[in-house]
Each structure stands twice: as structure tokens, then as C-alpha cells.
Write a protein that binds this ligand. Structure first.
Ligand SMILES: *[C@@H]1O[C@H](CO)[C@@H](O)[C@H](O)[C@H]1NC(C)=O
Ligand SMILES: *[C@@H]1O[C@H](CO)[C@@H](O)[C@H](O)[C@H]1NC(C)=O
Ligand SMILES: *[C@@H]1O[C@H](CO)[C@@H](O)[C@H](O)[C@H]1NC(C)=O
Ligand SMILES: [Zn+2]
Length: 224
């Protein structure tokens, strides 16, 4: 039964990849953006991001959540909005922490253009949140745990496009003049955020959590 399913999947995959070979985007495809790591940053900047990451980790813990996000005014250094994921509370799968905090901040401050503001998140932005941050033009997007870690090591459900891939493709946006790609900084306090997230790889017999995924990762998933 199981091997039949796998065989069918394999056939479907081979068929699909043959079709995908013929696909060509009608615009120029850009290489993924660089993801800056803690070691790439000046100490003062690294310490700043670590303090802001600690703030959302503490906020998540205080709310009994793991996905927390904040918006920081880069000019003043102040955190102006901080929220957690509200999927369960609102019964809405799109209420990820980043969406909640960006909507919260937009309704409070009424800005269209968030150039000069940073978006912090305990887990790397999914394609929906990354795209939303680009529409809003956040200047930096800073995450703790990577999608690769959450999906490959912790079996968490995800749409499998890393934020750096989407980040590079914003050049079609022109609402406030030519698009300047956000800087993505990953792995800030990731030892802390990595241990925050639940590991769904070995669910108990009664654990039917919908977040549980069976990863199809190609390489071993140690983050460098
Ligand atoms: C961001 O900080 C600057 C400098 O303090 C201030 O002038 C501006 O009003 C702030 N904007 C928001 C939305 O907090
Ligand atoms: C923004 O989020 C805070 C914290 O959850 C909440 O108290 C406030 O009502 C929200 N404001 C808006 C306009 O959504
Ligand atoms: C799973 O659920 C059954 C039935 O409610 C219960 O008897 C069993 O102890 C549970 N097993 C675990 C590991 O929680
Ligand atoms: Zn998301």
C-alpha cells in the first residue's frame, strides 16, 4: 500500500518535472538574495538585532505562542508593534505573526511605505508573509529559525520557497518608486528560537496536529 503510494508519487513527480522543464518565466529571473548571518554583521548591529529578537521570543513565551513578530522603527530604534500568530484565535490560516503585526502597525500608523522599518520574526517568513513585507517595503527582515530547519528538522508544514528566493523577485513593484530589495538577516538567536519550536517529526500515537509534515529534504539540514 505504502510503496504503491510512493511509486505513484514518483511517477507524478517525474511527469511534472518533465512539464516544468518547458516552463520559462516571461520576465528575468534574479538569483536569490543573500541572507546575512550574525557573523556578517558589525557587533553593534548584531547586538541590536539580538535584543529585538529576545523581545519577540519573550513576547511569544508570555502569550503561550512560538510565532511572534515586531515592527521596529530603525530611526528611533523603538519597537512600535509586537504581536503573535493569531491563526487559532481567529480561525484563519493566514494570520501568521508577520501578517498580524504588519496589519496592526498599518492600521495604527496608516503608512503605505515602510521603508526605514524592520520586521522581526521568530521563524523565517513564509512566501505569504515575505510577499506582504515586500508590498509594505520593510527595509530589513530579521528571523531566528529558518524554514529549512522548521520543515526539514521539525517536520512543520510549509510552502517550500525560502524567503531569499521571493525577496529577489520584487523588481516589478513600483508603487513608491523603484523597488529596493529588503535585506534579509537570518539566524539571529537561532539556538533560542530553534528550541522554542515544537518538533513534529515523532508525533505520539494521539498527536494528529495539522502542522505535522513529512519532509522531502534533499540534503541533510544542518544550518551552516
Ligand atoms: C520613527 O522614528 C522617527 C525618529 O524618532 C520619528 O520621527 C517617526 O515619527 C517615527 N515613526 C513611527 C511610525 O514610529
Ligand atoms: C494592535 O495590537 C495590540 C496588541 O495585540 C492590540 O492591543 C491593538 O488593539 C491592536 N490595534 C489595532 C489597530 O489592530
Ligand atoms: C492515546 O489515546 C488513548 C485513548 O484515549 C489512550 O488510552 C492512550 O493512553 C493514549 N496514548 C498516549 C501515548 O497518550
Ligand atoms: Zn507566514
Amino acid at each position: 500500500m505504502k510503496s504503491t503510494a510512493i511509486l505513484l508519487l514518483l511517477v507524478a513527480f517525474v511527469t511534472l518535472s518533465a512539464a516544468a522543464k518547458d516552463y520559462k518565466a516571461p520576465w528575468v529571473e534574479i538569483d536569490p538574495s543573500r541572507v546575512y548571518r550574525p557573523k556578517d554583521l558589525r557587533q553593534s548591529e548584531r547586538l541590536f538585532h539580538e535584543a529585538k529578537m529576545k523581545e519577540i521570543i519573550d513576547h511569544a513565551v508570555s502569550k503561550g505562542s512560538v510565532f511572534a513578530s515586531s515592527v521596529v522603527n530603525a530611526t528611533s530604534g523603538q519597537t512600535i508593534c509586537i504581536n503573535t500568530n493569531a491563526v487559532g484565535q481567529k480561525k484563519d490560516m493566514t494570520q501568521h505573526g508577520e501578517i498580524v503585526v504588519m496589519q496592526n502597525c498599518s492600521s495604527i500608523y496608516g503608512l503605505f511605505d515602510w521603508t526605514g522599518f524592520y520586521l522581526y520574526t521568530t521563524g523565517e517568513s513564509c512566501p505569504m508573509c515575505q510577499s506582504a513585507a515586500m508590498w509594505n517595503r520593510y527595509s530589513k527582515i530579521i528571523f531566528g529559525s529558518s524554514i529549512k530547519f522548521l520543515y526539514c528538522n521539525h517536520c512543520q508544514s510549509q510552502i517550500l520557497i525560502e524567503s531569499q528566493v521571493i525577496n529577489a523577485m520584487g523588481y516589478g513593484l513600483n508603487d513608491f518608486g523603484e523597488y529596493v530589495p529588503a535585506q534579509i538577516i537570518g539566524g539571529i538567536l537561532e539556538e533560542n528560537t530553534n528550541s522554542l519550536f515544537k518538533n513534529y517529526c515523532n508525533p505520539g500515537p494521539n498527536d494528529t496536529n495539522s502542522q505535522s509534515a513529512q519532509p522531502a529534504c534533499l540534503t541533510d539540514s544542518d544550518d551552516e
